[in-house]
Ligand binder design. Structure first.
Ligand SMILES: Cc1cc2nc3c(=O)[nH]c(=O)nc-3n(C[C@H](O)[C@H](O)[C@H](O)COP(=O)(O)O)c2cc1C
Length: 175
């Protein structure tokens, strides 16, 4: 069960009579307590929110800018991911929290980069949604195959035999 904290500014929900608002750590704790299921807090883009989610008891934190759809000039997920991972892993509770990343992942190469920057899982949104609508199951299979092929090539070319081998040493930072 989860909450997308970056939905806080949505006018769409308000228009349909379900106003949204920013949540405090205590309100997140209340949500966590309300379920025995793993609790996901998605839409985290800074250390402060990541640490608050961990403090609230999140089992999974989703580093995501909602596909760039909720706030103009928001940085890219890849830009903020390393510092968030470092901050979260530096806390006792944060060591076992699962970290997902999404936003702008379009190829297997992109996915490898997100893993290298510290994500445990990398998620893909619109490419799959578009194929599902335009071509159904076959289209979704095609995109997954395309992602997998590039992912394997990137692993071979960076000498990564397993997912665990993918880390920031395979990246060269741009200026
Ligand atoms: C049309 C649309 C609606 C979305 N609605 C939600 C939503 O209600 N809750 C949420 O957490 N994310 C929502 N997202 C964001 C996705 O969950 C995901 O973070 C994003 O699509 C990932 O970026 P990508 O599409 O570039 O891969 C939505 C995205 C799109 C394109």
């Amino acid at each position: 069960m989860g909450v997308d904290i970056d939905g806080a500014g949505s006018v769409n929900f308000a228009l349909s009579g379900k106003p949204v608002f920013r949540k405090t750590i205590d309100e997140l704790k209340e949500l966590k307590k309300s379920t025995a299921l793993p609790f996901i807090v998605k839409g985290i883009m800074c250390e402060e929110d990541a640490l608050a989610a961990v403090e609230a008891g999140a089992d999974v934190i989703g580093i995501s800018n909602h596909g760039g759809r909720v706030l103009d000039s928001t940085p890219g997920v890849a830009d903020v991911l390393p510092e968030i991972v470092k901050a979260v892993r530096g806390t006792k509770k944060g060591k076992r929290v699962v970290i997902t990343a999404d936003g702008g992942v379009r190829t297997g190469f992109d996915a490898v980069k997100m893993f290298a920057l510290g994500a445990d899982f990398v998620l893909v949104g619109r490419p799959l949604a578009r194929e599902a609508v335009s071509s159904g199951v076959e289209g979704v299979k095609r995109i997954l195959e395309y992602l997998k092929t590039d992912f394997k090539i990137a692993m071979i070319m960076t000498s990564c035999n397993t997912l665990k081998d993918i880390n920031e040493t395979i990246l060269i930072k741009g200026s």
